[in-house]
Every structure is written in C-alpha cells, then in structure tokens.
Design a protein around this ligand. Structure first.
Ligand code: BGP
Length: 479
C-alpha cells in the first residue's frame, strides 16, 4: 500500500453551510443568505426566481447553520481528535469585503479567520481554503448583475489581495472557485446570475464562466507572486458520464456531457479553451468577451493541481424515449438518466465507488497534474439511540468503498493524489436542499430541518472508524 506519508487526510466544509452568524462581525449579505428552505429553493438557485433580500415568509438555513462561527474551537478540536492533517474550509467573501469590493477590508472578519487558522495550526492541521464557495456578494449583484459583468474580476482580485496578504504565512493551499462548473447548473448559487427577460441563458452563463476563468487565472498568478510556495487548484464537481447503452449516439452524448464540465478545467489547467469549445460557441451564436489580454492571463495562470468533488458517476442517453421514461436521476443539479447497475442514496444519488477510480484516471489522463479529492461522502438520515450513540454503518460502508477505490488509483494506476478531505465531517446544511436531515458528518449536530435543537455536538460510530483510517494511513479500513 502506497499512500504517501504526507497524505492530507481530513474533511471539508463551506462557510455558508456551517458558520451561521450571517449578520455578525460586520458581514455583508451574499447569495447563500437569501436562498430559502422549501419549494422556492431550486428556482432561486437556478436564477429563475429573483430573491435579493430575505422576507418573512421564508426561512433561510444559512443564517444560523450549525453556528460554527461560535463553535469553531470545539469543532476543530474534534477534527484534531480524529487525526485530521487538513481542514478544507471557505472564507466568506462578505466577512472580508461586506460590499464585495470595499477598499478597506473588514478587520473583524479578517481576525475571525486568523483565529480559526491558528486553531488549526495548534493541532498541526493544514488549512485548505476555498476562496469562493457559492457566495457572490449581493451588493455586487445589485451593482453589476453578478458574474455577468467583467468588473467582477476586479472585485474578486481585491478580495484575493486582502486574504493573500493577511494569511500568506498561515495558508499554503488554495482553491479559486468551488465547483466552478456549477455555474451551468445552478447559476444564481454558482455565480449570482439572475436571468432577465430576453436574455439568452446559455450566452449569459458562458460569458460569466469566462470572467470566472480569467479571475481564477489572475488569482493564481497573484498567489504565486504574493506567497512563494503556495499551491493553487481549480475545483470541479466531477463524476464521469456513462453512456446508457453502447449505441454510438449515447457514447457521443456522454462525451459531450463530460465536455460541459471539462470546459472549465481545460481552461484552468491548460491555459486555453479547447478547440471544440470555440466551435460549439460559434454554432450556438455565442460571442465570448475574450480579449488577447485575457488569453495571456489564462496562459500565465494555470493551476498547480486539480481538485474535485465526487459523489457519484452520471449516466446519459441520446434516446428521447429513454429520457422520457427514466427522467432526471436523483441529483437535480445534473439531470441524466438512472444507471440500472447502481444503487442510490436516500436522496437518489447513485453510489459508484468504482466510478471514483474511473473519474480520477480520466482527470489525470487529461491534465497530468496532481489530484486532490476535496469532497466525497454520503448524505443520509441518522438515528440517535436512547443512549446518544449513532450507528452509521451505511456511511462507513460508503466511505470505505470510495477510499478503497482511491487507494487502487494510487497503488495500481500510479496516480499522484495529494489528499482526501471528505465532505461534511460535521453535519451541516445541505447545499441542494437546505436540509439538516441530510447528514454527512462523523460528528452529529443536534438540529433539525425546522431549526430546533441544542446545536450540541456528538461522535457517531464513523468518527472512530475514520480516526483509525487516518492513524493507519488507509491501511486499516475495517470497523
Ligand atoms: C457540493 C458542494 C457542497 C456540498 C455537497 C453535497 O456540490 O460543493 O457545498 O453541499 O455538494 O451536496 P448536498 O449538500 O446538496 O447534499
């Protein structure tokens, strides 16, 4: 078994899904704060229903989340008890720049993350920071229309300069945008995009994608200049597309679906758009606002490593009858058809550990850069026993199978993998549904969908299992 000795085992969270304290410490409002719980959630995340402020009829899970803002010392201590080498978290843009592009950063926000990073280092935990995890500042949506506008690049770089300058001695690993391809699937959540009547949604999305890609490239360069030794990655919502049958039309459909997502990473990792993307844009009548300076910036700001989330593989069909019959698969953001070979989670997400190995090999074949799995896990309902224990064998089983696949990819395929930060080491708000009931954690948080609960933390069976996995560097995966 050959996982490297310095393999970065750990867990990943996002500010908006766990911090809460949305209006404390001088923090400004961002997209995630106005995405409500309930039936309006999807239309708002998709940019179809406009919501730029909170109202009394809705509840907003991000406002309190699991209150990590006030519990981070306790939570990081629990991560340390499991032996974490790495903690992936995101900085909330509006804690640092409440209006998104303020000239002077908010000291209270800066001080919060200073203290959080110190707490990590106290236990030898390396922070891995996502610069933007689904939180476009509302003020910038009002001012510019979010990432539809080129001026967002300048605002993002101001934010980067503030955090790179402040944390250069505390943070070595950075990711520019969480799941950058989510912009195509959930445009408001991914990039603060609201569609106006008469706009071509595809054109708007690709224009925004281009600005994010340029911003990412410029941030990579800035990071390298300001923080020698820093490593900056891109982040893809990954999961290989399988053709539903071996019909050539299904094969092509799967390749095209993969390309929708690789579009971003091709640009971030290779520094230029792939040839097929240019042709696709031409056919769709899309004019990318790509200047010669942008091209030079993209070329000069390629990422150091490829990070990605993996929950499941995906399956597509080119056959309209099949599409009508099988409809969308469980993950509403990605669509597709059911894979008859796979079981699904309680939320309908296909469970496919072998697909992780396939996805990793596709990514490495394509980019030849080190990989980093920065999200993987199982959202499930947990039952608390009368004595307070939680027997989450289903979670252990899911993670064991995926870690096995990761080890195979290293051992048998020889892929360089920097680390594995599973998603949601502590229960937190679900991004897609806003629920608390969809739990990922090794640590249980006493809070329900309606917001009731003491917020008390407790250890599930999986907590002790993961601790052993880390202690043995993946040698012992039994429970
Ligand atoms: C990814 C996001 C995370 C996280 C995860 C699980 O798309 O980067 O923020 O939430 O998915 O998804 P969910 O919370 O919808 O179960």
């Amino acid at each position: 078994m050959s996982l490297p000795k310095d393999f970065l085992w750990g867990g990943a969270t996002a500010a908006n899904q766990c911090e809460g304290a949305y209006d404390e410490g001088g923090r400004g409002l961002s997209t995630v704060d106005v995405i409500p719980f309930g039936p309006d959630r999807m239309p708002v995340m998709r940019g179809e229903k406009k919501m730029l402020a909170c109202d009394a009829e809705h509840s907003y899970p991000a406002h309190q989340a699991i209150d990590l803002y006030h519990h981070y010392k306790e939570d990081i201590k629990l991560f340390a008890e499991m032996g974490f080498k790495c903690y992936r978290l995101s900085i909330a843009w509006t804690r640092i720049l409440p209006n998104g592009d303020d000239d002077t950063p908010n000291e209270e926000g800066l001080a919060f993350y200073d203290s959080l990073f110190d707490e990590c280092h106290k236990y030898g935990i390396e922070p891995l920071v996502t610069i933007c995890h689904f939180d476009t500042p509302i003020a910038l949506i009002k001012k510019y229309g979010g990432w539809k506008d080129r001026r967002m690049i300048g605002a993002y770089l101001k934010y980067c300069a503030a955090i790179f300058g402040r944390y250069k001695n505390k943070v070595k690993y950075w990711l520019t945008f969480n799941e950058i391809n989510m912009l195509l699937h959930l445009p408001f959540m991914g990039a603060g995009i609201l569609f106006e009547p008469g706009e071509d949604p595809t054109e708007v999305q690709y224009r925004a994608a281009h600005y994010e890609i340029v911003a990412s490239a410029k941030a990579v360069r800035m990071a390298h200049e300001m923080m020698p030794g820093a490593m900056v990655g891109c982040m893809l919502a990954a999961g290989q597309y399988y053709p539903r049958t071996c019909s050539p039309r299904d094969i092509w459909a799967a390749q095209e679906a993969d390309r929708d997502n690789y579009f971003f990473i091709d640009a971030q990792a290779r520094g230029a758009y792939p040839v097929w993307a240019k042709k696709r844009m031409e056919r769709a009548g899309i004019q990318l606002d790509c200047t010669p300076e942008d091209e030079a910036d993209m070329q000069a700001g390629t990422v150091d490593f490829i990070s990605f989330s993996y929950y499941s593989s995906r399956c597509v069909s080119a056959d309209p009858e099949m599409l009508a019959k099988e409809g969308a698969s469980g993950n509403a953001a990605f669509g597709g058809v059911k894979n008859p070979y796979l079981k699904t989670s309680e939320w309908g997400w296909a469970i496919d550990p072998e697909g992780l190995r396939t996805t990793m090999n596709s990514l490495y074949d394509r980019y030849q850069k080190p990989l980093f799995i920065v999200e993987n896990g199982l959202g499930a309902v947990d039952k608390v026993e009368p004595d307070g224990s939680i027997h989450d064998s289903y979670r252990i089983e899911y993670m064991r199978a995926h870690i096995r696949a990761l080890i195979q990819a290293v051992d048998e395929d020889g892929l360089p993998v920097m680390g594995y930060t599973m998603w949601g080491p502590i229960d937190l708000v679900s991004a897609s549904t806003g629920e608390m009931k969809k739990r990922y954690g090794f640590i249980y948080v006493d809070k329900d969908n309606e917001g009731n609960g003491t917020l008390a933390r407790s250890r599930k069976d999986s907590f002790y299992w993961y601790k052993k996995v880390i202690a043995t560097n993946g040698e012992d995966l039994e429970d």
